[in-house]
Design a protein around this ligand. Structure first.
Ligand code: CU
Length: 138
């Protein structure tokens, strides 16, 4: 009885040691992979957040904007301000959820490349429909 119990205990002890060695080997590899994976996305997202900051003031008159083409680089932080010299005009870029009234500013990250229309957002008079332009994110 005692001998049998001792052998059984010894057997389980050996199995347990073998299992611990096997698990620690796998666990070591798993930990290395896990610590590399999170660092990869954080380095790749860093350049997007590190773009330049561009401050652009668009001046509106009856019936045009002083700039019809705004060029920025993808990843830039853009601070847009609308200034009305005469008339009552707004400034909208629907694709970037920008809609400004006179004197207002909007700051956004140009994270989508492409050409996006902007336009006057206030029905300002006869020339309203000609008050358009494009934001070019390259
Ligand atoms: Cu208008």
């Amino acid at each position: 009885m005692n001998k049998f119990a001792f052998r059984t205990t010894l057997y389980f002890a050996l199995v347990t040691i073998a299992a611990v060695i096997a698990l620690s080997g796998c666990g070591g590899n798993g930990n290395n992979n896990a610590s590399e994976s999170p660092s990869t996305p954080s380095t790749s997202s860093a350049p997007a957040a590190g773009g330049a900051t561009k401050e652009i003031t668009v001046t509106a008159t009856n019936f045009q904007f002083d700039q019809t083409e705004l060029k920025v680089n993808k990843g830039d932080t853009v601070k847009l301000t609308l200034k009305n010299d005469n008339g009552n005009h707004g400034f909208k870029i629907p694709d970037y959820d920008v809609n400004l009234k006179n004197g207002e500013s909007a700051t956004f990250v140009a994270d989508k490349a492409g050409t996006f229309d902007f336009a006057c957002s206030i029905q300002c008079g006869t020339g309203h429909n000609e008050m358009t332009g494009q934001l070019i994110v390259q």
